[in-house]
Design a protein around this ligand. Structure first.
Ligand SMILES: *Cc1c(COP(=O)(O)O)cnc(C)c1O
Length: 242
């Protein structure tokens, strides 16, 4: 299993570098985030010991379960799942440095209140629903700029960029459209020059579509299956409201 993970991760690295080269981008401009949902701690530990640093969970329960196992190894934790407001207190206990899935004003308000109480800040990405699928989380693209203007008022939230899950489709042009939409939103937000907003990060691209995402400007690609193998739990369990 470990040999397989090692070989998978090397393949992904090579593919990321090739995609960067194809689009004339430096290989260092894209960070590989390991999406570790359902992956047991010992396998995560193994990749961390190989020098990979950036991991992300989707659920507070899993984050909590793995926290003790991983805490002695240097790493960076992002959160990429749907965050319920009643879990805000919990997420702040587990060393998460960036929440990539901020998509609602009530969540932003309550998160900021809690951070204020704890006298700290956190990085966030704004999750945008670029696929138009109602089942997916994320703010509607038309509402994204106003939403960001509102979130920018919160002193304890540091907006670093945008995140999206593209359409899951074999038609690569439709997938590419999702990434283009996120990129164009990034450009519009930069042009709007909103105080307290940084737009450096574009978190987009997963196992099936990260090369297209890199061609369209991704700075973080989130890869799970292509490194750790197929998951038993369906993604709809993580991505849908029900
Ligand atoms: C699971 C997950 C990924 C990784 O998906 P793979 O297809 O396994 O690479 C990326 N982003 C989010 C938000 C996820 O939930």
């Amino acid at each position: 299993m470990e040999a397989e993970i090692l070989s998978n991760i090397n393949t992904i690295k090579v593919r990321i570098e090739a995609a960067c080269e194809k689009s004339n981008r430096p290989a260092k401009s894209v960070k590989l985030l390991l999406a570790t949902k359902t992956v047991p701690s010992d396998r995560i530990k193994f990749v961390l010991q190989m020098g990979y640093r950036l991991i992300a969970e989707n659920r507070i329960q899993e984050l909590k379960e793995k926290f003790e196992d991983l805490k002695e190894i240097d790493h960076v934790n992002h959160f990429i799942g749907h965050l319920q407001t009643n879990k805000i207190k919990d997420i702040l206990k587990y060393n998460v440095s960036c929440i990539q899935s901020l998509d609602r004003i009530d969540l932003a308000t309550k998160l900021n209140d809690r951070l204020e109480l704890e006298k700290r800040t956190i990085d966030v990405l704004i999750q945008v629903n670029t696929s138009g699928e109602e089942s997916k989380f994320g703010i509607h693209p038309d509402l994204a700029i106003d939403f960001i203007k509102q979130v920018a008022q919160f002193k304890n939230l540091r907006i670093k960029g945008l995140m999206t899950i593209a359409l899951l489709s074999a038609e690569s042009e439709k997938v590419r459209e999702c990434f283009r939409l996120l990129k164009s939103l990034q450009e519009q937000i930069i042009a709007a020059d909103i105080q307290n907003v940084e737009m450096k990060e574009l978190s987009m691209g997963m196992s099936g579509d990260f090369e297209i995402a890199i061609e369209e400007g991704a700075t973080i690609v989130r890869v799970g299956t292509a490194i750790f193998g197929e998951r038993l739990t369906s993604d709809s369990y993580y991505w849908n409201e029900n």
